[in-house]
Design a protein around this ligand. Structure first.
Ligand SMILES: *[C@@H]1O[C@H](CO)[C@@H](O)[C@H](O)[C@H]1NC(C)=O
Ligand SMILES: *[C@@H]1O[C@H](CO)[C@@H](O)[C@H](O)[C@H]1NC(C)=O
Ligand SMILES: *[C@@H]1O[C@H](CO)[C@@H](O)[C@H](O)[C@H]1NC(C)=O
Length: 251
């Protein structure tokens, strides 16, 4: 009897250890799912676009609007025009293989998390047409793979970074916000306009040009006549003789 109890408690202990290890490994493996679940929790989703985002699954790779690579690591989050409101979360920075973060055309408010600067593989960040406020985190300038940045139609303020990845973006990426006006400093000095060519020069140039053009036209006409000559009657050739003579005068 005593022996039986020992065996049972022993196996219970082993089972507990195994279960504990299973939970630990699952949590560790699903850190990306946890990060995306934090986003889901922070957003209001009246159309149930995020219904398939089940945090108890082993990874987020079967969730709608989420794409993973062959190692089950998230590469894309596609939630444009998804009627979402609420705020972004710092945990988005914990998706090390994320390349595309598409959240345009929603009603997302609050600030752009500085942690997005940790997304070293990010290629495209589309946050246009939301209600984002605050400044652009300077950390985004260090995203060397970032090629597409769309922040237009928000309520962002402050300075637009100019260094790092921002050197390649045009004002279209930032329009319809409340950014500081970029002033060129120091202001360009007022340079006096160079003297315009005199009226005489213009007249001479115009006449010279006109003469050249006229000569070219006459030459072309003469050449055409010469080619046509064999076909033209001798009488007609005699009549145009003075004009041929005109062309012999050196110009
Ligand atoms: C944003 O919210 C406003 C008012 O709450 C609503 O009228 C509008 O349709 C929403 N836009 C989107 C894209 O969800
Ligand atoms: C961009 O400039 C800011 C401020 O001058 C600096 O802190 C940051 O390290 C720079 N980033 C890059 C990628 O050069
Ligand atoms: C944008 O921000 C300004 C102040 O910075 C505020 O007055 C305005 O209501 C905001 N607009 C929206 C749509 O949030």
């Amino acid at each position: 009897m005593e022996r039986a109890v020992t065996v049972i408690s022993g196996s219970t202990f082993v089972c507990s250890v195994l279960l504990f290890q299973l939970i630990i490994s699952r949590v560790a493996a699903n850190s990306e799912g946890d990060a995306l679940n934090a986003l889901k929790t922070s957003l209001e989703d009246p159309k149930h676009i995020l219904q398939s985002w089940d945090a108890t699954l082993v990874n987020p790779c079967t969730w709608f609007h989420v794409t993973c690579n062959s190692e089950n690591s998230v590469t894309r989050v596609d939630l444009g025009n998804a009627f979402l409101s609420g705020q972004l979360v710092s945990q988005l920075g914990q998706l090390p293989n994320l390349q595309y973060l598409q959240l345009y055309g929603n009603n997302i408010s609050g600030e752009i998390p500085v942690e997005l600067g940790d997304l070293t593989n990010l290629v495209s960040l589309d946050l246009y047409s939301n209600k984002l406020v605050g400044t652009i985190p300077p950390t985004l300038a260090r995203l060397s793979k970032l090629r597409f940045l769309e922040l237009s139609n928000n309520n962002l303020t402050g300075d637009i970074p100019v260094n790092g990845s921002f050197s390649q973006f045009t004002p279209i990426s930032f329009q319809n916000n409340h950014f500081n006006i970029i002033t060129v400093s120091p202001p360009p000095p007022i340079v006096p306009t160079p003297p315009a060519p005199s009226a005489g020069n213009i007249a001479t140039a115009t006449i010279a040009g006109g003469v050249a053009a006229g000569a070219a036209l006459l030459f072309a006409a003469g050449a055409a006549l010469l080619f046509a000559a064999p076909a033209i009657s001798p009488a007609y050739r005699r009549r145009i003789k003075p004009r041929d003579h005109f062309f012999d005068v050196p110009g």
